[in-house]
Design a protein around this ligand. Structure first.
Ligand SMILES: [Zn+2]
Length: 367
């Protein structure tokens, strides 16, 4: 079947480069195959590379692709740093664990969400207990379930959203929408009703590669919130954790500490009201490890632009065809929102990420 799905950059290309760089650096690779295929029929998996002694007690962990399409930034930095580290030796008792594309379906299909339309950063919850109940989203849901991209019905959906923004302000409306919801599987920022494949796979990876450690500095790599070309270093958890003072001492004013939950606010563009973050899952699942969960969030375009293209992509997977000409346009627009083609943007985010990782590598032997 003829497909017009964009070919550059691609999940497959990034994966090949990641495996090549890992092998050249002498890293140990483990593959976690995903049950579905990409847009070209390609196999999907999460790949883990461990550089250095796999039994080392001090770990630097870099995780890419939690939000699929944002993985091009994370994967690119992982590959570049592996190439750099292949020419050096790591400090004693320190290993680098690279988790490549934890949401491989989303990265391959150029989506922020996973194969179940689910936001992984709203999915790390205890599904045996009551789930967060974001009732305010219900009245906005029809904006996101609109079955057409153009015409009177779409105009009405736009008018409803505009009216909410006029009454309450952009930030207040987005804190409802981005806060996550568990009632509408066809809605935006859906958190799911059970642990996703990526959630379960991350827990396997934690047990197999991280659980023996004494100390771990973990970096979850994102794009799409904040100022253009400006990476923010954050630590995002529901409350203070044991190693937070260490994290704050290592990074000083570089680090923005964000505690999430109902009523929380933030000027970072990151959703403070949301729960179910990967960072919290790392803390909860590895209580024996002195773990510091960080997020690097690289700003791209203004929030309303990012939101508009997310809406279009949401429509595409509910009602359209990602492989036709209109699908191609929507995909290329979304990709630009989360991975600008601008080489200056790409250079800036890599330089800052490299600086942050080098500081972590220098700090780990002292912890
Ligand atoms: Zn993200």
């Amino acid at each position: 079947m003829h497909t017009q799905f964009p070919t550059q950059p691609s999940y497959r290309g990034q994966r090949e480069q990641f495996i090549e760089a890992s092998t050249a650096a002498g890293a140990t690779l483990t593959e976690y195959p995903h049950p579905l295929k990409g847009p070209f029929g390609e196999s999907l998996s999460t790949d883990v590379a461990v550089l250095g002694d796999p039994g080392a007690k001090r770990l630097l962990v870099a995780l890419s692709g939690t939000h699929g399409v944002e993985g091009f930034y994370g994967s690119g930095c992982q590959i570049k740093w592996l190439q750099d580290l292949s020419r050096r030796s790591l400090p004693a008792d320190v290993a680098v664990v690279m988790i490549h594309s934890i949401n491989p379906w989303g990265m391959a299909w150029l989506r922020r969400v996973n194969e179940d339309n689910l936001d992984l950063n709203r999915n790390h919850l205890n599904f045996d207990g009551p789930l967060p109940d974001n009732q305010a989203y219900d009245s906005l849901h029809e904006v996101y379930a609109c079955p057409v991209l153009q015409g009177p019905e779409r105009d009405r959906a736009d008018a409803l959203l505009d009216e909410q923004i006029r009454q309450h302000g952009w930030s207040a409306v987005m804190s409802i929408v981005e806060g996550g919801q568990h009632r509408h599987a066809d809605g935006l920022f859906y958190g799911g009703s059970a642990p996703s494949w990526s959630n379960r796979t991350l827990h396997r990876i934690m047990q197999e590669h991280l659980s023996h450690a004494d100390v771990a500095m973990c970096f979850d790599l994102h794009t799409g919130a904040g100022e253009y070309g400006h990476p923010m270093l954050l630590t995002i958890t529901e409350s203070a954790y044991q190693a937070l003072p260490d994290a704050q001492a290592i990074y000083g004013p570089w680090l923005y500490t964000l505690h999430t939950g109902a009523g929380a606010v933030s000027e970072t563009g990151v959703a403070a009201t949301a729960t179910g973050y990967t960072s919290q899952a790392l803390i909860n699942s590895l209580p024996q490890v002195r773990l510091m969960p960080f997020v690097i969030e690289c700003g791209t375009y203004p929030g309303p632009d990012v939101h508009r293209y997310l809406r279009d992509d949401h429509w595409l997977h509910l009602y359209g065809n990602p492989s036709d000409a209109m699908g191609r346009d929507i995909k290329l627009n979304l990709l630009e929102q989360f991975y600008p083609a601008d080489s200056d943007w790409q250079a800036m985010v890599w330089l800052r990420t490299w600086q942050i990782w080098e500081r972590a590598l220098a700090a780990l032997p002292t912890l």
